[in-house]
Design a protein around this ligand. Structure first.
Ligand SMILES: Cc1cc2nc3c(=O)[nH]c(=O)nc-3n(C[C@H](O)[C@H](O)[C@H](O)COP(=O)(O)OP(=O)(O)OC[C@H]3O[C@@H](n4cnc5c(N)ncnc54)[C@H](O)[C@@H]3O)c2cc1C
Length: 189
């Protein structure tokens, strides 16, 4: 995947449902969010066949289709079917499907415009929260002694993809131990 002038490349799983999600997009989500907030739009390019180079795709697409439908030709020759085929149809003009060079180039760098993150109610994780500079080592708020923060309360760009729960447990443990120590100190227990 590449993103506009700044080029990031990320290979991995991409899920399409109400938008894009999955490991590929999670890795870039902070950058994409900031870009959308700044300019109203983030442009990315999807490589629908990351394990095939362009020349091979063009050559495979150029082979005679025979009596097969275009859908079967794409599936058999270059492994494009399902959501990938639907995306290609959405983004490439119908007349360009007969040009292997244009179709192949689109498969390797399909332009997608992202216009907004999904709403907060659907968020798997959030950015923003209490800054680490406002916390001590026990994760207690310096200006609110006795109040401890953990998990999504913390301001960190959580690396979505399995690490959130680990970080929530770890920061929860730190805050919990810190709270016990603090109360023992305050109440002399
Ligand atoms: C659909 C989905 C899938 C996810 N998949 C993964 C995954 O595969 N791997 C992974 O690592 N992470 C995953 N996450 C993220 C992970 O679940 C969260 O980061 C984590 O649960 C956050 O824990 P937390 O304790 O910080 O917050 P929460 O789990 O949100 O806990 C906050 C609690 O505070 C309560 N609360 C809120 N306001 C008040 C109040 N005023 N008074 C009292 N209680 C209140 C809430 O009811 C809630 O129980 C997923 C999240 C979602 C939504």
């Amino acid at each position: 995947m590449t993103s506009g002038g700044n080029e990031f490349r990320q290979k991995g799983e991409l899920v399409m449902e109400n938008g894009l999600e999955g490991g590929v997009i999670y890795a870039l989500s902070a950058w994409l969010r900031d870009k959308i907030m700044a300019t109203g739009l983030a442009r990315i390019q999807l490589d629908l066949a990351p394990d095939r180079d362009l020349s091979r795709i063009v050559s495979d697409l150029s082979r005679p289709k025979g009596s097969r439908s275009l859908a079967t030709h794409l599936k058999r020759r270059v492994g494009i079917e399902g959501v990938k085929a639907a995306l290609l149809r959405e983004c490439v003009p119908k007349e360009d499907f007969s040009d292997p060079a244009i179709l192949g180039a689109a498969m390797k760098a399909l332009p997608i415009q992202l216009v907004s993150p999904r709403p907060l109610e659907e968020a798997i994780s959030t950015a923003g929260g209490v800054a680490f500079s406002g916390l001590d080592d026990r994760l207690m708020i310096r200006d609110l002694p006795g109040v401890f923060c953990a998990g999504e309360m913390l301001d960190w760009e959580a690396p979505t993809g399995g690490y959130l729960l680990t970080a929530c447990f770890a920061s929860g443990h730190t805050a919990g131990v810190g709270a016990v120590e603090w109360f023992q100190t305050i109440f002399g227990m």
